[in-house]
Design a protein around this ligand. Structure first.
Ligand code: NHW
Ligand code: EN5
Length: 388
């Protein structure tokens, strides 16, 4: 059934439920001298290229490829539209390798037709912190699908990760592959219900009018929690402590240090937003919430071309109740003109989703590890990791 994945060091369907297999690496690292020194062969019309996102031209080529060919929903109504600034941010974390930003061009025309990326990350699985690659933005041009290009690209990124002496990876996908560590549900909170209904993102509920629907999703103009404010550079140490302490409880979670928090969580306009609660009495930072900006192109609508979506990222509550904290996040997202606020049922998100009028979407997200076995399928609430 999975001619490629059956050959890879990932959990196989036949081993699901076999708790006798040891947790940890599926195969040991090989000596670096045994890692293939030359790139894998592509079909002869194509050639490898390394994409420098700092170059305005290359960043634009990647942006155009993804804008036209990246992930769509199951009815092909929406397509992810990551911005150039977002791609630069996503691919330039501390310690990134340029060689892990891999493109495929047509030799004759030099047109960019495929892409895959990795970035390094320290991810903890139970008690063990493992240096991994986070793989994302795998994309093959629509006209070149089903030619088995994806397996070659995956093998090539794997080779380049191995050359840096890294032997594990984490990735998410909307499709089922061998075999998910966990399967999460997308939830959606309407901020602009009229537009969402007009573009077919959501439907008018049974026995609901448009005006009742608009009223149902109304939010206050101002946040409610005293001391709720935008995160600033001076907050990096306190946010790192708060987040590290919070993420301890999950089975799989990133091991963020201050440099990671500065990169991934300091607010960056139209890319990532972060807010915290600073106690007006003690000046202590007690709670935190964040979301990233990922618009989708609306395919074939007369009136609208983009859906502005916020995606819940990392959140921590120690004093402010979850529902109040995330309601404030909804208020700022609404004020910033997002049309919808999306979240997965990871971490403690189930404690606020229903209360805050999120509804389940038609999409699922499967989490995977490469060359690392976890013996049981995890509940989403055991996951402390959000990929972009
Ligand atoms: S998930 C988003 C993936 N991208 C899209 O969905 C965009 C639209 N689709 C496409 O561009 C986030 C194409 O359909 C793609 C497949 C390119 C998806 N992950 O070339 P063929 C990520 O980026 C397998 C993994 O003929 P195609 C995460 C499929 O099961 N494998 O198909 C990426 C089959 O293998 P099988 C996927 O449609 C993680 C084979 O590809 C997959 O022209 C990558 C068919 O290839 C997916 N999303 O192109 C893995 N979709 O065994 C990283 C299909 O079943 C692993 N396939 O025969 C770790 C590497 C690093 C290790 C370091 C130690
Ligand atoms: C790797 N980083 O299917 C990511 N999105 O539910 C790659 N549905 O937006 C993997 N089909 O349910 C990505 N509206 C996998 C996800 C791919 C994109 C995707 C889903 C997630 C989605 C929307 C639109 C559906 C359009 C028709 C959806 C219902 C919203 C409604 C709002 C009111 C309350 C009930 C729910």
């Amino acid at each position: 059934r999975h001619k490629f994945w059956e050959t890879q060091p990932v959990g196989q369907f036949k081993d699901l439920g076999d708790a006798s297999l040891p947790e940890g690496p599926i195969e040991p690292p090989t000596p670096l001298s045994e890692v293939k020194q030359e790139p894998y062969n592509l079909p002869s019309p194509y050639e490898w290229t390394t994409c420098d996102l700092d170059s305005e031209d290359m960043c634009n080529e990647v942006y155009v490829l993804l804008t036209n060919n990246y992930v769509e929903d199951d009815e092909n109504m929406f397509r992810f539209n990551y911005s150039k600034e977002f791609l630069r941010w996503a691919l330039h974390p501390p310690g990134y390798y340029k060689s892990w930003h891999i493109g495929v061009r047509v030799k004759t025309s030099k047109k960019l037709v495929a892409f895959i990326t990795g970035v390094p990350a320290r991810i903890r699985a139970r008690d063990t912190v493992v240096v991994m690659a986070e793989i994302n933005f795998l994309c093959v041009h629509k006209k070149l699908r089903s030619k088995r290009l994806a397996p070659v690209m995956i093998k090539e990124v794997t080779r380049r990760v191995h050359l840096e002496n890294i032997w594990q990876a984490a990735y998410t996908a909307g499709v089922v592959l061998p075999t998910p560590v966990s399967t999460c549900q997308y939830w959606h909170r309407s901020l602009n219900p009229k537009k969402l209904i007009d573009v077919g993102f959501s439907r008018l509920g049974a026995r609901m009018t448009m005006s009742r629907t608009i009223k149902l999703y109304k939010l206050p103009d101002q946040t409610i929690t005293p001391g709720f404010r935008k995160m600033e550079p001076r907050d990096v140490p306190a946010v790192t402590r708060l987040l590290r302490n919070y993420l301890k409880q999950f089975v799989v979670a990133p091991d963020f240090d201050e440099n990671d928090v500065e990169h991934w969580l300091l607010p960056k306009e139209d890319v990532v937003d972060s807010y915290l609660v600073e106690s007006p009495e003690t000046r202590e930072i007690t709670d935190f919430c964040s979301f990233y900006t990922l618009p989708s192109s609306i395919l074939g609508n007369q009136n609208y071309s983009t859906l502005k979506a916020a995606y819940s990222y990392y959140n921590v509550s120690t004093k402010t109740p979850w529902i109040q904290l995330m309601n404030d996040a909804l208020i700022v997202a609404k004020r910033k003109d997002f049309n919808v606020f999306n979240a997965l049922d990871v971490m403690h998100n189930e404690t606020f989703l229903k209360e805050l009028k999120f509804g389940p979407g038609d999409g699922k997200l499967h989490y995977y590890l490469y060359n690392y076995r976890i013996n049981h399928v995890l509940r989403p609430s055991e996951l402390g990791l959000v990929l972009l």
